[in-house]
Design a protein around this ligand. Structure first.
Ligand code: PDD
Length: 278
């Protein structure tokens, strides 16, 4: 299929990234994953806004306007004929001889790249729920930035996968922050609880949609810290992300959550989310 490198659409096999791209060497860049449903970007503007916000937080100048990035993403989806899938896009601080110090921005432009995937909805998992483990959150203190540096996330997810689980739920000294690639929620006595959008989590676009759905449908919710112990005692647990949507978690560290099946509040939110897609 086709990809975009800087402003240009080209065959993937023709796209060249330099050995000294700062994304490749330092993870010096930011990224987004946007869902495509029925050939359309879902919450595309919000993702692109966050891409620019992440870039700003690391003093990275994206060499295109928001509108240009949006239209490039749309063109790519159309060109590749993607109906159900994703657009991945990233921006790195560009190519310059290796030094930790930023290259001169008047000579080195950020490198923007994007490609698409075909990706079905995880229907079985959405229906039955998934298992998770808990892991220490060993990441840095700017998890609000969607940075290319994902090594702690990769290690946590690999640990989960090795134990036959879908996600690793991260905690800092017993306070649940989020998942390795998702936001995490508990439901207690009918109230949805999730970590506030501080520097310790990524404020997921799906998280924002989920909380909006709670607000619009009189589902009580609270953005506040909760503990590993509260996770263990929760009536329901679920996670959200672009690719996982609203995913029930029915087992944590080998123990059942509630009855061990997706709970009513999670089910209700899944239905409401589904309606957002139509
Ligand atoms: N992950 N928290 C982390 C650490 C994430 O990496 C993600 C997204 C989320 C959920 O954000 P959103 O709802 O905007 O997708 C939360 C993407 C999908 C990924 O890296 O594949």
């Amino acid at each position: 299929g086709k990809v975009i490198l800087n402003g240009e659409m080209m065959e993937r096999s023709e796209a060249v990234i330099d050995m000294e791209d700062r994304g490749y060497q330092f993870g010096d860049g930011v990224y987004e994953v946007i869902r495509v449903y029925d050939g359309n970007l879902f919450t595309g503007e919000e993702h692109i806004e966050r891409l620019f916000a992440s870039a700003g937080k690391i003093k990275l100048d994206i060499p295109f306007s928001r509108d240009k990035v949006l239209s490039l993403a749309r063109q790519l989806v159309k060109e590749n004929g993607v109906k159900l899938g994703t657009v991945y896009m990233q921006v790195t601080r560009g190519t310059a001889s290796r030094s930790h110090i930023f290259p001169d921005p008047s000579r080195t432009k950020g490198v923007f790249s994007a490609y698409t995937t075909e990706a079905p909805r995880p229907e079985k998992a959405l229906e039955n729920g998934v298992a998770a483990i808990t892991e220490d959150d060993i990441r840095w203190l700017r998890c609000d930035i969607k940075s290319l540096n994902l090594l702690p996330n990769v290690l946590a997810k690999q640990e989960a996968s090795g134990q036959g689980c879908y996600e690793a739920i991260l905690h800092r000294s017993g306070t649940i922050t989020e998942g390795s690639s998702s936001n995490v929620y508990i439901v207690k006595d009918g109230t949805v609880i999730t970590h506030p959008a501080t520097n310790l989590i990524l404020n997921g676009i799906t998280r924002q949609v989920t909380l909006k759905l709670c607000a619009e449908n009189n589902i009580p919710f609270s953005e506040k810290e909760y503990s590993l112990e509260e996770l263990r005692q929760a009536d329901e647990v679920f996670l959200t992300s672009t690719t996982s949507e609203i995913m029930p978690i029915v087992k944590v560290d080998g123990r059942q959550v509630g009855e061990g099946i997706p709970g009513p509040v999670t089910r209700k939110l899944q239905l409401l989310f589904q309606e957002e897609l139509n």
